[in-house]
Write a new protein. Structure first.
Length: 686
């Protein structure tokens, strides 16, 4: 939720015009962008390009798991052997990929567990694409693909039968009702391919295309040309010109536009529409953003944006005479980092969250906690002790903490869901994250909670009752931090994260320490001497992913089926660092290396402060992105916090003045504070 004041800033009397040249390094503009869609940063070419990852699938919303421990809720399987063949149609709107990769899931009939069908050519399985036999590696000659329907045929000898996983039609439609009108695209034949009948669902055969989308968009962070050291001058934007360093190969284009506003964050009520660069018609505009729309008619080619400079003409009015006695001592104006994920937060006021909080006396669980971190730890400790690890082999519960707590059964997934919804019930934004370390020991599901105390996402593992800290500062770590510290130790010299490169035994890490149970500090500095039989839990996260929503009570779908028994749902956010195995992400559509997509910020206050006409009066505007926002709070000169509107007047006293600003959500949870300190010398004005 974005909160900004709706009253426009006061107009200024123009007396002079100055020009500000505002240049952001393009990588910084990408990371701090106000919005991104289908763009990526090209490290080799040093610019922003159209994203080139495209997934073609029909099964994704309803696909489940076929783990050997499941007695119920298993994904259905189709037999292929001898004259019994399978056929899959994959529809591509505009096939112009550089390369393509086939992803399929199934197994040999005489084995347990899942395997990649597309890599089983040595066991008699044969897959043809549009009449051409594939080599079984999963790599697909892009020249075999065409726009429209593409036909895959799967066969194998009768004495080497295989099973291919598929998603039931009802499960697909339940998770994505918009697919109800799609034609059936998966078929079986029992007569060697002479006749075909539709399967009641869709086979898990997907194509991952390295192909640029047709259009992408990057919106810059809000630029503040009239502001310095936290204080805005009496100036308004008269015109904006853009100068771009870009490549536009034939068939591609980059269109640049601007918008201006009167508030420190975009709000439709206080900002203009997008328009070409040039003069600004509306008065009193002090903030600006630029937008780059990249497009291509050929998926093999992308334009490239290497940089944008905004030249902003400011109409400067004389500062109020009293403002000459103002000096900025210090200022911290929190940056708002935006994800391109479009994460959906749960409503903190949801009745089922309130019932969970009341029924299980969660306020009593955290009562007496001396800090927010201790609050998180006490809640985690309570969840960890509700039952013993017990996989749901017969009944897989809903994503509902109350149902899970009544059954007192589940593995890491259920511990994570209970902890996540318990955090939400107390007003703390949380998200479901998971990952695995390529190898034999499987994956693990945990939770990240937004901490106002540390102003970051922090990782909590309610299954094994742990969190991880930097051993020097005792600052809790987030999942991406743990991942990157583990990778530096386990995969040095830039090695790819694969089974072949995995260490033979666990390694200690000097910059990860473990806090267990109710401990707020590690019992030992770090685990440097680890027995080969005991890999630490933080070593699970060689590959990390996230479910892009927490509103499991508000909406039953979309959600992965039987999470933890498989990770084939295509809609996770997948982090793909520089050392990731590219093939690991081929079954997914949301893949990123942009740090703000994983570590976006919440509950920050972005402020604008400008001297008013009246001596000692500073006009203040506040903006935020805060789930469940209720009000802003401010504190003057170490006084008491009070609720305040998004626009107000701060009246200064002579000498030092300090203003702190924070958010409060509907559950009473406050965010990290921004601040500004001013010296006001009334006697300096003549």
């Amino acid at each position: 939720m974005t909160q900004t004041p709706t009253r426009p800033a006061r107009a200024t009397q123009t007396t002079a015009t100055t020009t500000q040249r505002l240049t952001l390094a393009i990588e910084e503009a990408f990371e701090r962008a106000g919005h991104v869609r289908a763009v990526r940063y090209d490290d080799e070419r040093g610019g922003v390009a159209i994203d080139n990852r495209m997934l073609i699938e029909d099964d994704g919303p309803g696909i489940g798991g076929d783990a050997g421990w499941q007695r119920r809720n298993r994904a259905p399987l189709e037999l292929v052997a001898g004259r019994r063949q399978l056929r899959k149609i994959l529809h591509i709107e505009n096939a112009t990929p550089h390369t393509a990769h086939l992803v399929a899931r199934g197994r040999h009939q005489n084995t347990r567990g899942e395997s990649a069908v597309g890599r089983m050519a040595g066991d008699g399985l044969m897959i043809t694409l549009n009449g051409t036999r594939l080599d079984g590696s999963g790599e697909v000659d892009a020249g075999l693909l065409k726009s429209g329907d593409n036909e895959l045929i799967i066969t194998c000898p009768a004495d080497r039968p295989h099973l291919v996983k598929y998603a039931r039609a009802a499960d697909i439609i339940a998770d994505d009702p918009a697919r109800a009108d799609r034609p059936r695209r998966s078929f079986r034949s029992v007569d060697g391919g002479r006749t075909w009948e539709p399967i009641d669902g869709e086979l898990m055969l997907r194509l991952h295309l390295i192909q640029h989308a047709s259009r992408a968009e990057l919106i810059s962070p809000v630029l503040e040309p009239a502001t310095s050291a936290g204080l805005r001058r009496a100036a308004a934007i008269a015109a904006v010109e853009l100068d771009a360093d870009m490549e536009q190969p034939e068939g591609t284009s980059i269109e640049l536009t601007v918008r201006t506003g009167t508030t420190p964050a975009y709000d439709a009520a206080t900002w203009s529409d997008w328009r070409p660069a040039g003069r600004v018609a509306a008065p009193g505009q002090a903030f600006v953003q630029w937008r780059a729309c990249l497009s291509t008619r050929d998926g093999r080619v992308t334009p490239l944006l290497r940089g944008v400079t905004a030249s902003v003409a400011l109409e400067e009015a004389p500062a109020a005479a009293w403002a000459r006695g103002l000096a900025v001592r210090s200022a911290h104006n929190a940056d708002v980092r935006c994800t391109g994920l479009e994460f959906v937060h749960e409503d903190f006021n949801h009745a089922r969250l309130a019932a969970l909080r009341s029924k299980y006396h969660l306020d009593d669980v955290v009562a007496g906690a001396g800090s927010e971190l201790e609050r998180f730890v006490r809640l985690r400790n309570w969840v960890a002790n509700q039952w013993s690890w017990d996989p749901p082999v017969d009944h897989y519960p809903a994503w509902d903490a109350d149902e899970i707590l009544q059954r007192r059964q589940g593995f890491c997934v259920q511990f994570a869901i209970v902890y996540l919804q318990a955090c939400l019930s107390l007003g703390h934004p949380a998200r479901f994250v998971f990952g695995y370390h390529p190898g034999p020991d499987g994956g693990h599901e945990v939770v990240e909670v937004w901490s106002g105390e540390f102003d970051k996402w922090v990782l909590m593992d309610p299954n094994v009752n742990e969190h991880y800290v930097d051993p020097d500062s005792n600052t809790p770590l987030g999942m991406l931090e743990v991942h990157e510290r583990m990778i530096r130790r386990y995969y040095p010299a830039g090695r790819t994260i694969t089974i072949a490169n995995r260490p033979a035994e666990p390694l200690g890490i000097e910059d990860i320490a473990t806090c267990r149970g109710l401990d707020l500090a590690p019992s030992a500095r770090q685990e440097l001497d680890l027995a080969p039989s005991k890999w630490p839990r933080w070593a699970k996260w060689g590959v990390i992913r996230m479910v892009p929503r927490s509103d499991f009570y508000s909406r039953e779908h979309p959600l992965p089926r039987v999470q933890g028994a498989n990770w084939d749902w295509p809609h996770y956010l997948v982090w793909e660092g520089a050392q990731a195995d590219p093939g690991d992400a081929y079954r997914y559509r949301r893949i990123t290396r942009r740090r703000a997509d994983w570590n976006w910020s919440l509950n920050h206050v972005r402020f604008d402060a400008a001297p008013g006409d009246e001596p000692g009066a500073v006009d203040v505007q506040l903006a935020t992105v805060t789930p469940g926002f209720e009000t802003f709070e401010v504190r003057e000169n170490d006084g008491a916090w009070r609720a305040e509107a998004a626009r107000f007047t701060w009246r200064l006293r002579r000498g030092g003045n300090r203003l702190e600003m924070r958010t409060r959500n509907v559950a009473g949870v406050t965010g990290a504070a921004s601040h500004i300190e001013l010296d006001y010398r009334a006697d300096a004005v003549r």
